[in-house]
Design a protein around this ligand. Structure first.
Ligand code: GLN
Length: 473
């Protein structure tokens, strides 16, 4: 059921796009509804209509791709996991959707997420709970939790997510699938509902590294509709996939292996590093000295941008509108009060605060300076090494509800993923083993690989060697 294998089956005439869709719909009914809860909605009839005219000669011809619910698909809901947009229907296709269609794919399914992509557990969705298919008592991670859970549950073949501070890589790690955040500017953000515009990127969640390469190939490239999307050549991400790691230098940042990492995570990530060394990579210890400031920097910049981006949800243009307001100000207030959940309100308040005149220099402008230092840390490191290896998250997936009400603890768990967004570099999460965590079942652990800006081909090449390695329990 991978993209690669379905492509072969379709070309050989062993299956049809309609049969694939019917099978997914049946599996969603038995496994997702009332259980995993990854799908917010899907439209089988319109997908079947597209399947009827699918061009199987195209790279993703006739293959359904699940879409995070903050990426606009014409005529479909785009709730962003929020009550505010519960009844919103997209009037246009995001650029990634146009590109997917041009590659022959069929967007199928709207995947649950933390409200406006703010969170790391999908528990901030205002619409439903999503469970981790590896252990239903646990979170799938977030904010692209629905996308990751469906790929892990095999109710989706592959999915798109978005990553502002780890939202593709961390759920991929928690669910045991592959998740890739492209370089800033590699993929158009046009039609992605903006959270923090200088950090957001759309990327693939897949079962294999090869599938991630295929999907990234389809969505990459310049877009006149997004001025931050780069006019840089898009390499063939598949051609060097089997080139191995012999002679590559891989950096291990000492700041990423300090206190607070679960021993099972450390053990598996270290075993994966040894595996890459055994395949011919040279392992080098490096330093990213400003790592300790990444969480604070991100949690100033991301809320600042969010407070500005979310000001468009005012109850007038679209989305939720409060009933019987006393005047226009009351309409704004009540609509936003009723429409947004607690985490979104917290971010708007934080963001407005750090941008307000008395505090702008102390917080926002200082955070921008520290962001530059963090980016320079990576530039210096990449003069020494080809890529960097680390854990994706300090712990495996926690239990649902286990730290709700403690936002700071939640923010701290983003420590290993945020810096890549602040620096604009690409990162991938790939499964590297299992461990137990606070009782119960064996849970997946992810290895993170980071590469220089626009270095996705190298990233995928290294990930291909790490793929299939299991550091054990
Ligand atoms: N967990 C981070 C946050 O809550 C990152 C979310 C994301 O990447 N969208 O902001």
């Amino acid at each position: 059921m991978t993209l690669t294998s379905l492509r072969q089956q379709l070309l050989a005439g062993d299956t049809t796009p309609a049969a694939i869709l019917e099978k997914l719909a049946a599996d969603i009914t038995t496994r997702d509804h009332g259980q995993t809860g990854a799908y917010l909605s899907y439209d089988l009839q319109s997908a079947l209509a597209e399947a009827a005219t699918a061009d199987l000669s195209l790279p993703l011809g006739g293959i359904p791709i699940a879409i995070k619910d903050n990426i606009n698909v014409l005529g479909q809901p785009c709730t962003c996991g929020s009550k505010f947009l519960e009844n919103f229907i997209s009037p246009y296709d995001a650029t990634v959707i146009r590109k997917l269609r041009a590659a022959g794919a069929i967007p199928f399914g709207r995947m649950n997420m933390d409200e406006f992509a703010m969170g790391s557990a999908t528990e901030n969705s205002a619409l439903q709970i999503t469970r981790n298919p590896r252990d239903p008592a646990r979170i799938p991670g977030g904010s692209s939790g629905g996308s990751a859970a469906a790929v892990a549950d095999l109710t989706a073949i592959a999915a798109l997510g978005s990553d502002t501070g780890g939202s593709i890589r961390q759920p991929a790690s928690h669910c045991g699938v592959v998740g890739l955040k492209p370089s800033y500017g590699r993929v158009s953000r046009y039609g992605l509902v903006a959270f923090a515009s200088s950090l957001d990127q759309i990327g693939p969640l897949t079962q294999t590294v090869e599938d991630a390469a295929l999907l990234l190939q389809a969505i990459s490239g310049n877009d006149p509709l997004d001025s931050t999307c780069l006019d840089a050549p898009v390499p063939d991400f598949l051609s060097g996939l089997h080139d191995g790691v012999k002679g590559l230098k891989l950096g291990i940042p000492k700041e990423y292996f300090g206190e607070g990492i679960h021993p099972g995570v450390r053990k598996n990530v270290e075993a994966a590093i040894q595996h890459l060394a055994a395949q011919g990579a040279e392992i080098v210890e490096i330093s990213l000295p400003h790592t300790e400031h990444a969480v604070a920097t991100y949690y100033v910049i991301a809320p600042a941008e969010a407070s500005s981006n979310l000001s468009r949800f005012d109850g007038i243009r679209y989305g939720h509108r409060a009933a019987q307001p006393s005047d226009i100000l009351d309409l704004y207030k009540k609509s936003r009060e009723e429409g947004f959940g607690p985490e979104v309100k917290r971010r708007i308040i934080l963001g407005t605060y750090v941008l307000s005149s008395g505090y702008y220099d102390a917080y926002y402008s200082r955070a921008q300076k520290v962001r530059t230092l963090i980016r320079r840390d990576f530039e210096t490191a990449f003069q020494q090494v080809d890529a960097i290896l680390s854990p994706v998250a300090p712990t495996p997936a926690r239990k649902i509800g286990s730290i709700s009400g403690d936002p700071l603890q939640e923010y701290l768990s983003d420590i290993f993923t945020l810096a890549a967004n602040l620096a604009g570099i690409p990162g991938i999460s790939i499964p590297c083993g299992h461990t137990d965590y606070d009782g119960g079942s064996q849970l997946p652990v992810g290895l993170q690989i980071l590469a220089p800006h626009l270095g996705e081909a190298k990233l995928l090449q290294i990930a291909k060697v790490a793929e299939g390695f299991d550091g054990g329990e």
